[in-house]
Design a protein around this ligand. Sequence first.
Ligand code: NAP
Length: 251
Amino acid sequence: MTDFSLKERVALVTGGSRGIGRAIALEFAARGAAVVVNYHKSPQAANDAVKQIQDQGGKAASMQADVSDFKQAEALVKFTVDTFGDLSILVNNAGITKDTLIMMMTEADWDAVIATNLKSAFNCSKAAVKHMMRKRYGRIINMASVAGQMGNPGQVNYSASKGGQIAFTKALAREVAARNITVNAIAPGFVDTEILNAMPAGTLEAALKMVPLARTAKPEEIAYAAAFLASDQAAYITGQTLGVDGGMAMM
Ligand code: NAP
């Protein structure tokens, strides 16, 4: 039976301290990967995730880094290779929202979201690909969103960042395929994490009317998709965006 094992693999999950990233870190570790849990502002949450993995017999370490910063992202990748001797799976998951209509959106709202959600994928992938090319193996998974496929009012910055991640995924997949590195994106719909707390009251209920499965996802349901894309069994899948959205955006 195929078990989608990640034994002997080393994974870096950006924004692994909370929400979807945390669920991915735990799922990867349960499948045998050593995991670096990156965080920005929540050291306690990152330490808890690391402890949970270690208590279950897994290998994990945490590192603070703002992945929107080129040098900090580079240092994070170096930390991963120095700590566990490899970097075979990169999950560009860190993300923020700063939602408002374009008339009210500030330049700072735009810049922060594009830098955290999109530039970070460039920063981390550039450093990781250097290592993966030498090893002739790699899995890169970018956490996009249905907003990047469908657009969402009040989220021109977020939608642009996620649409950018999807295009980035395709371009990079073509660049690195010859070195046995796959690059894919996941496009979740509404996932039950703290990021949803920023939505105005009533918006989620209205939005769920667009979801055929009529509920939010659990973070673990995104993590299972990530584990599959990270596995050896997904070797022939690259440049794709996997919707895990309850049927919201059928592309
Ligand atoms: P979340 O619960 O708010 O967690 C966000 C994570 O990103 C935290 O671990 C946070 O770390 C980290 N982070 C934020 N800025 C960072 C930075 N500059 N450098 C490093 N880490 C940073 O969000 P989530 O819902 O799990 O979302 C995770 C990803 O899924 C995001 O890319 C989001 O856009 C995407 N997504 C979410 C949904 C949803 O409905 N939840 C839907 C579609 C896509 P600290 O706490 O340490 O700051």
